[in-house]
Design a protein around this ligand. Sequence first.
Ligand SMILES: [Zn+2]
Length: 262
Amino acid sequence: MILYDSIPVLMYHHVMPVTSSLNITPELFEEQLSGLKTNGWKTLDSKEFLYFLQNPKESRKKCVLLTFDDGFVDNYLYAYPILKKYKMKALLFIATDFITDLDIKRENFIAMPHKQMWKIAFSERNYEVMCTWNELKEMESEGVFDIQSHGHTHKIPDFIEKANYAAVENDLFLGQEFLMKYLNKQPLHLAWPKGVYNDKVMRIAVKLGFKALYTTQRGANVYDTFHIKRLAVKCKGRRWLNKKLMIYNSSLLTKIYSKIRF
Ligand SMILES: [Zn+2]
């Protein structure tokens, strides 16, 4: 049996100077990126990643995909300059209903824990904690963040629970429409909000044209484009990350490791 290399996909939410769940501090984020650079890792964009999954025989040694969920403004303020400094790229999955086209000055941004930001994201003050279209445009035009879809309202898990599949379809469709309208692109990659999905919504996403679907489960990525596995990044430095990458770059080690873990 031939075992092709797996491409590790890392999942980040926040990069900011605060102690919080789903957050890594700018110092440790920089340490991780500099570790990637030193060890010869190459960050992919959505097209390259999809190509590798569709062509598992192609060598993908030391290729890694960085992903960010939701589109919090700290991604613009802290992650973006560090990624740019190391000439690295990442995917950013945005829920388009959080995004405004206001022109916001960010000097007054105070980092706060995830829960607090999440609450504001669902209020009329969402522009205080989420990126704006202008900020997203800037990051994409600099070749740093490749913006992709996280639906429109981030409420797909609720719709699935109520078996309201028309609402799921509408939400995914609106997410595409907004990205088309503001960034002039059709997103082909979708990260399921909260990692919740089932076969029915997968079929809806594929019908709408999505080619790559991202979960929040850990595992290897060799050729399956509809169950992309991601590793939630901890607020830790390069040694932690190197160890994880070594495991998740090998489909064999990933298999063994997941057997030990669960
Ligand atoms: Zn999310």
